[in-house]
Ligand binder design. Structure first.
Ligand SMILES: [Zn+2]
Ligand SMILES: [Zn+2]
Length: 439
């Protein structure tokens, strides 16, 4: 298969070190960590992230840092290249459909070398489009993607489809809005996250779907990745005027609808997937269990998510709870040591309302990262009783998305004790085993 076609590339400079006076070693650390987190979360996807700079010193610092932290990530996924971002294809035969360019809050053309080159290549077109899509001043740390005109050389010869403009933090006192190192660190992390989020959303917009491996990998996309996709946070957003399609609008056959077939034809699935069904409910094993026992109780009637629930659905919620309790009893007969929680993720994940029934050991190879962990052990996980209470009181369930998504980034914390020094997932796994053996 043609590698060039399958892999989706993002080219970007070292953010804030060229014009912003940000110290390179710290920038490399923040950049590499953000990239690692992103690539680990989306392991199934063949993304290649290409850091491109003219200065080999900068590239070296990034390379060393990356080697130190990359773990088992494949080499092609993050590369450093000496060259010009706007000529990656003609000079180095590397195609990146998305390119990152730094700008200031004014988002004016020509504020740096790259921005000047774009202006030279396209005239004022791109910046006019930028202004049209995002009429307000840019915010430091946020990303603003703009489509490159199809008839331009940048698109035709270099294969660049979108420029993701970012307002990067600045520490240089002779440039606008300088900030302290402490503040700049925080903003640099935010900038990388916004870039990667924008990239993620763009590559999953329908018009890009055919060029990624998503289609081939439907079965391998973890439910959580899909959750993260539909939940990607609004801080990197992109004004509503943007004509870009958002992932939530993926059509009824889209791959965030993996639960629907279970509701429509539960009889078609093997016992290893469908645990139980009747006319109203189907109970399936979570495809990527995050604990010894992890099932989903799903109403067969189509309801997208908890946000659609009204007071009149209280009965349905109580029925879900009852089914959940029934499953828990069954599971406990097999293994009396287990104890359970049942509830929902605050930010709707897969389409079709589903209640997680999950044992609290969290011993499972599919529990792979901080977001997995935090989605079941922080307030992000809302017990079914809580949903009942909210519906009784307020008649609907509305959550502040940004607040809950931030919870997913919380430091790792044991859900059973006050153990300190659980910094990484392997530490956590060991710790969880200890709890299990003691119980
Ligand atoms: Zn879920
Ligand atoms: Zn503990």
């Amino acid at each position: 298969m043609n590698e060039q076609k399958r892999v989706v590339g993002l080219g970007f400079p070292s953010i804030s070190t060229n014009f912003g006076d940000f110290p390179i070693d710290i920038a490399a650390e923040i950049g590499c960590e953000a990239i690692k987190e992103f690539l680990k979360l989306h392991k199934e996807f063949d993304f290649k992230l290409i850091l491109t700079e003219q200065d080999s010193k900068v590239l070296n610092v990034f390379e060393l840092k990356w080697k130190e932290i990359k773990d088992d990530l494949e080499d092609f996924k993050f590369q450093t290249k000496k060259g010009n971002l706007l000529q990656l294809k003609s000079d180095l035969r590397i195609e990146c459909r998305f390119i990152v360019v730094e700008t200031t809050w004014r988002m004016k053309p020509g504020t740096n070398q790259l921005s000047k080159q774009i202006f030279d290549a396209l005239g004022s077109k791109l910046h006019e489009e930028l202004k049209r899509l995002y009429p307000k001043p840019g915010i430091v740390g946020e990303a603003y993607p703009v489509k490159v005109p199809k008839d331009s050389d940048l698109h035709k010869s270099e294969g660049i489809e979108q420029i993701i403009f970012v307002v990067s933090p600045n520490m240089n006192p002779s440039r606008p809005d300088p900030v302290s190192l402490e503040k700049a660190k925080e903003l640099l992390k935010k900038t990388y996250d916004s870039i990667l989020n924008a990239f993620w959303e763009l590559t999953n917009g329908q018009e890009y779907r055919s060029i990624t491996t998503i289609k081939d990998n439907v079965q391998e996309v973890s439910a959580f990745d899909i959750l993260m996709k539909s939940a990607s946070k609004p801080s990197s957003k992109i004004s509503p005027e943007s004509s870009r399609r958002t992932p939530s609008k993926v059509g009824s056959g889209g791959w965030n609808n993996v639960l629907l077939p279970y509701c429509q034809k539960p009889e078609m699935f093997p016992k290893s997937e469908v645990y139980y069904y009747d006319n109203e409910f189907v109970i399936i094993f979570d495809k990527y269990p995050k604990a010894k026992n992890h099932l989903l109780v799903i109403p067969r009637k189509q309801i997208d998510n908890i946000g659609e629930l009204k007071k009149q659905n209280l009965e349905l919620v109580r029925a879900l709870k009852e089914k959940g309790q029934w499953v828990i009893e069954k599971m406990k007969q097999e293994n009396p040591k287990l104890f359970f929680r049942m509830g929902f993720h605050a930010v709707p994940s897969l389409r079709q309302l589903h209640m997680h029934v999950i044992s609290q050991d969290f011993i499972s190879p599919s529990l792979k990262n901080k977001k997995h962990w935090n989605s079941f052990t922080t307030e992000f996980f809302i017990d079914v009783e809580e949903i009942e209470r909210i519906l009784e009181k307020q008649g609907e369930v509305k959550f502040n998305k940004a607040y809950y998504e931030d919870l997913l980034k919380s430091p790792l914390k044991c859900h059973l004790c006050d153990a300190k020094s659980i910094k990484f997932i392997p530490d956590l796994k060991k710790h969880l085993e200890e709890h299990w053996n003691e119980s």
